[in-house]
Design a protein around this ligand. Structure first.
Ligand code: ADP
Ligand code: ZN
Length: 740
């Protein structure tokens, strides 16, 4: 695949051809200038091999040379790889993301080339066919054995076939085929390997849509047919059929021959959704997420790049694939935090999807029952269109929500299910229906301490308590994964008394449920026990087949599952998460509880949601109970306005981190002294970051709030350029941080 360069290390043969810039997919790299040897034809977007330092590296031809290096010092590119060139839109998108997130272009390109060996030529495929159409041999000296005759007769009636197929169909061995090739009766042809992805079937009849759905679908289809940039919020209550509706838009995009990508927050948990997708389009989509194996990733990457993968379903990173011909982006559950990448290139996939749509001049659909305030503000400002579905599909109605005041309706000591919830659960099971208890806390108890001296178990690497997981006999940190065996005696005072668990986790709630309803089938769903797609799919099947009466779990249960017999949802601690210090806490809680509540009553039996709270007058609780999203958002938006927080202003965070606390403080102090001042600019900090010690690194944070018109990135760039920090201290920039 590579055309070699004989003269590379010999200055006497320096070729003064054209110069270009090439971007390697390295975290700190930008494009570097190279010479193109005469006779080699190179286009922008070509994947090439280049010398870089002492290594050979692969990169993408980015454009014209920058001219910042003495031409005499430039090295030549080695050659062009046999991969479809990266489209101009993709390159522009990478440049844009790099500028927006303030990450080097190479770091962003790395996300688009995350398959190290995808650039290797794929394994060749050989097919066999008759050398002469009639397959007769003119040479009487060739021995015609019965197996040879069978192979020849078979090939006479078939197109060129692979060896394994011929062997299976004729019963002949590999040596028979080889022999026929040697005597010249059969020819062996190298062919391009077929794409592993079949084109979608566009003739599968769609379900009959309700009038409201039909209207919404037409609106979306019109946007897709208009063929240009647009963003549309598909805003529909849980169970309203948003998926069915955007499937229609996908079909229209596919009809024009383009590729479509759907971004999902958590593909590993999306077995139900995937099944609907397969049923609707008759093919397996190309999946792109962290659990896809290397070989499949390689095939997928190529098929996306050559355009043969028409339907891509991906996690946030799926947005960065080098599409040959992308025509529509759908972001489902657009409000989900899972779309925010917090490491390396820090970005929010929903926002990047909008940028990708703009650069590629294609439509973007954002779907949610609880849209983010940022998206709603964009709708309000007229930048995004909106399509609404205000009712559940069919006979299903939205669940009724009731508040249970735990100060009056008290659970027993060391118990968390109130008498009211207990009674409703019993009624639900008696009616042959299913229930769900939601508690967003993994493990047995959030806090474990010694009853004698009060010693608490803290993570050695993080500012966080260790959480007891009784099922494993371990204490674990939920931030860095550190684990320790649960000790029998207190390490501080030596007391041999049992350690005391404070508060409930799902394991403990499970214990209580089993005690209360010993005859029921109860299961727990957390990221600890349904980590992989297989385990998740199996549990979903069990619930769907009604092999489970009561499901207890964390936010995993908020995903878009559809269980028709599930009629009661109990939110065990509705106050959890509301107390969080940041301004997004209310929004997050509102979304999470609404989504969990949205699991109830999706079939033909109505659902009920019970919110257990010690603060019934809290506006989030009241808004959920009243089903009044607009009221909630209005209050929330005005609060944000008061504080000048997004979506009203612009926000960025700087995280200063390092292994030595004094170095971090010193660096943070110096950065603070150089902080920009001016109209519409406010810098808060340095302050301890929300986790001031994380994975053994001390962290300080600045929040930078500016008015909309301030050029935030340029300002931060100039600011940081003024300060020198030691290499042991890392400065990360988070544009549009999630928590504030
Ligand atoms: P949402 O994404 O808005 O929560 P879904 O698209 O998952 O809603 O739809 C909820 C349920 O209703 C699903 O089981 C879906 O198959 C069913 N459904 C929605 N619309 C229709 C329709 N027009 N015909 C038949 N079933 C539908
Ligand atoms: Zn930790």
């Amino acid at each position: 695949a590579i055309s070699g360069n004989l003269f590379d290390d010999d200055p006497a043969f320096q070729v003064t051809g054209e110069t270009i810039s090439v971007l390697p997919p390295l975290p700190l790299a930008g494009p570097y200038d190279y010479l193109v040897p005469e006779g080699l034809n190179v286009q922008p977007g070509d994947f090439v091999e280049i010398p870089l330092g002492r290594q050979t590296q692969r990169g993408v031809v980015w454009g014209k040379a920058k001219g910042d290096v003495d031409p005499a010092k430039l090295r030549e590119i080695y050659g062009v790889l046999q991969v479809p060139p990266m489209a101009e839109v993709t390159r522009k998108f990478i440049d844009w993301v790099s500028a927006y997130t303030m990450s080097p272009q190479g770091a962003v390109l790395r996300m688009a080339m995350s398959v190290p060996d995808a650039l290797e030529p794929p394994k060749p495929v050989f097919r066999f066919t008759l050398a002469q159409p009639n397959g007769e041999s003119t040479d009487p000296g060739i021995r015609m054995t019965p197996p040879r005759k069978r192979v020849m007769a078979f090939l006479r009636d078939h197109p060129p076939m692979e060896q394994a197929d011929i062997m299976r169909e004729t019963g002949a061995g590999a040596s028979v085929i080889k022999g026929l090739v040697e005597v010249g009766i059969v020819r062996r042809l190298m062919v391009a390997p077929p794409s592993p992805f079949n084109p979608p079937d566009l003739d599968i009849p769609r379900p009959h849509l309700s009038e409201a759905q039909e209207h919404a679908a037409n609106e979306l289809c019109r946007k897709v047919a208009d063929d240009g940039f647009s963003v549309t919020l598909l805003d529909g209550v849980t169970g309203s059929g948003k998926t069915e509706v955007y499937f229609e838009a996908i079909r229209i995009a596919l009809e024009t021959g383009k590729q479509v990508v759907v971004l999902l927050p958590e593909i590993a948990l999306s077995a139900q959704w995937l099944q609907r997708f397969r049923d609707r389009f008759g093919v397996e989509p190309a999946l792109w997420h962290s659990e896809v194996g290397q070989a499949r990733r390689r095939e997928t990457w190529r098929a996306v790049a050559d355009g043969s993968a028409r339907l891509v379903v991906g996690a946030r990173s799926g947005l960065f694939l080098p599409y040959a011909n992308l025509g529509l982006i759908v972001v489902d559950e657009e409000h989900e935090h899972a779309f925010k990448q917090e490491d390396g290139v820090i970005y929010h996939a929903r926002d990047m999807a909008v940028a990708r749509g703009h650069i590629g001049a294609i439509p973007v659909i954002l779907a949610s029952a609880t849209p983010s305030l940022e998206t709603l503000a964009n709708v309000e400002a007229g930048r995004y269109g909106t399509v609404e579905l205000s009712e559940r599909h069919g006979v299903a109605v939205l669940p009724s929500v009731e508040i249970v005041d735990i100060r009056q309706d008290r659970p027993e000591r060391q118990r968390w299910i109130t008498p009211t919830l207990k009674k409703r659960l019993a009624e639900t099971f008696a009616a042959g229906e299913q229930a769900m208890l939601f508690l967003n806390r993994r493990g047995y108890a959030p806090l474990t301490l010694c009853r004698t001296c009060g010693h608490r178990f803290q993570c050695p690497n993080c500012t966080a308590w260790l959480v007891e997981h009784r099922a494993w006999g371990k204490l674990q940190c939920h931030h860095c994964g550190y684990t320790a065996k649960t000790p029998d005696t207190c390490p501080a005072c030596g007391a041999e008394e049992k350690l005391s668990a404070c508060g409930p986790g799902v394991e403990r709630l499970y214990e209580e449920a089993v005690e209360t309803f010993p005859q029921l089938r109860i299961e727990v769903a957390t990221s600890d026990n349904i980590a992989g797609p297989k385990a998740a799919a199996a549990l979903i099947d069990r619930v769907h087949n009604h092999e489970v009466d009561l499901l207890i779990g964390t936010q995993i249960l908020a995903k878009g599952y559809h269980f028709p017999m599930l009629t009661l949802v109990g939110v065990v601690d509705a106050d959890l998460g509301l107390a969080g210090g940041d301004l997004r806490a209310a929004e997050r809680s509102y979304q999470l509880m609404t989504q969990v509540a949205g699991r109830a009553g999706r079939g033909d039996r109505p659902g009920t949601v019970l919110l257990q709270t010690a603060d019934p007058s809290n506006r989030v609780i009241k808004a959920i109970a009243a089903g009044d999203r607009d009221a909630f958002n209005e209050v929330e938006l005005s609060q944000r306005l008061t504080h000048g927080m997004p979506p009203h202003g612009r926000l960025a965070a700087l995280i200063i981190s390092g292994k030595k606390e004094n170095e971090v403080d010193e660096a943070a102090w110096r950065i603070g002294r150089a902080a920009p001042r001016g109209d519409g600019i406010m810098v808060l900090g340095p302050a301890p970051a929300p986790l001031s010690l994380l994975r053994g690194r001390y962290r300080r944070r600045f929040l930078i709030r500016t008015d909309k018109q301030v050029r935030l990135q340029a300002m931060i760039h100039d600011w940081l350029a003024k300060v020198k920090t030691p290499s042991s201290v890392r400065v990360q920039i988070d544009i549009d941080p999630y928590s504030f």
